[in-house]
Design a protein around this ligand. Sequence first.
Ligand SMILES: Cc1cn([C@H]2C[C@H](O)[C@@H](COP(=O)(O)OP(=O)(O)O[C@H]3O[C@@H](C)C(=O)[C@@H](O)[C@H]3O)O2)c(=O)[nH]c1=O
Length: 529
Amino acid sequence: MRTILITGGAGFIGSNLVRQLIRTEQYRVINVDKLTYAGNLFSLRDLESSPNYTFVQGDIGDGMLMLDLLHRYEVDGVMNLAAESHVDRSIGSPGDFVQTNVVGTYELLEATREYWQSLPEDKSASFRFIHISTDEVFGSLGDEGAFTESTPYSPNSPYSASKASSDHLVRAYHETFALPTITTHCSNNYGPYQFPEKLIPLIISKAADGKPLPVYGTGLNVRDWLHVEDHCTALRLIFESGRVGTTYNIGGGTEKSNLDVVHSICDTVDRLTSSGKKSSDQIEFVRDRPGHDFRYAIDSSKLSKELGWHPSVSFAEGIEATVKWYLSNQDWIESTRKHGYEGQRLGIDRNDGDDAAVITSSDMTDAAPNQNEDCTFEGVVFNKLGKYEDSRGWLIELFRNDEVPAGNEPVMAYMSQTLPGVSRGPHEHVDQSDLFGFFGPGDFRLYLWDSRKDSPTFGQRFTRIVGATNPQSVIVPPGVVHAYKNISLHPGIVFNAPNRLYAGHGKQEPVDEIRHEEADGSEYQLIDA
Ligand SMILES: Cc1cn([C@H]2C[C@H](O)[C@@H](COP(=O)(O)OP(=O)(O)O[C@H]3O[C@@H](C)C(=O)[C@@H](O)[C@H]3O)O2)c(=O)[nH]c1=O
């Protein structure tokens, strides 16, 4: 039985590939995944007891770990699926993509080369390094034509540029060190276990929830849809029989405009939920993605000719099965929400050049229903923070005592860093007012609950997304419970200037703070929307 090390095997394509390889009973699989936001062990729970399956949490960028695992499990091949993969996130946080997709692939190649060079002749000859890449490295097509294996690289997004860079490293390790590599380029995958930030799972879950369905620009952009099962079959064939030192394109042969895909999903959701509503009424044309590639299409004839592969899942049956899967796996969808992503729009507004975490204000309506409403809690005061920019940089005034409502005048100040997906609170003060400043880096979802029994808004909750893309100060008076969650991909900064000294003068008094997160069954839960 041959041993394959799969990187990124807790992700969408990775977990489907792991499942297919185990199902053949011809392979032992070592699955290494960093478990970032899109890595989800919930997707592999049915494999945990399989004797041919081992999971290791790890980062491909940890070369020592990768080398250790290659030796420890006497690996016969590596299939590299570990990657940041969402174009919109790459627009908001390109650095994460360079780190994982370029530096990570380099470290993995180095470890693999050292291991492979230590193998005896027979194992060395049959060893394979399969690098899974994307058709986006070829850029965008017009109305005609399709990508072939000789199409020149022309990446347009930080995501596709990072994948293109990783492809070139893989090629160089073959050309320079003779490492037996093969690179594949696929079109858009869909199917079970896809993180609901990508078009198809995102639209399915929003259609089912009766939320607006965000279509970028005109919706006429075209993608070639490949069911993930067909993609995994192709990868297995390429691992077994592909020609070393070459590349293979893997396409679904199903080109559709985004609007057509969204309508197909709506019709299927309506039919399967027999809700009587027309989900397509929820379609909203929102601001286009910066640098939005118009069309991808793949010519898979080389793969078909050499290895006899053809897509077997039609789009009609694939989309039906996929909608059914998401509708009946709500628990899996819930498990994807622990990192703070709940379907909000991702991607940066090029105009502000800010290191905006990921959200653009005009598309927030479905992220926090009351996003555009004013907060009517007495004493809560939001103030849009203005950024003064010049050639030296920028300045933001956080507060002025001639503007702060009397009684809230700050007596101290602090700043805090909060990691991605992490929340602070819910907290409440008996006597203290806070004056928070949210101006980035990072975006936060701010939660407020009015717990003042004599308040006309007693028992009400208010949420608002604040931070890099919506710089705000907010005064929170005593009795208003407050919490905030970093919904960005990187650490976020918050400023606070309370009107009371923490622990009183000389830190000699009890702290005025009720930490509701420490109370079992607290009514103050950070649920959203
Ligand atoms: C998320 C989303 C996308 N779109 C559009 C953008 C795009 O034209 C189409 C698909 O968007 P996605 O972000 O799902 O996928 P896409 O932009 O085609 O990119 C994907 O391409 C494949 C080849 C890969 O390599 C993946 O990693 C991924 O990068 O739908 C919307 O209109 N609304 C939305 O809310």
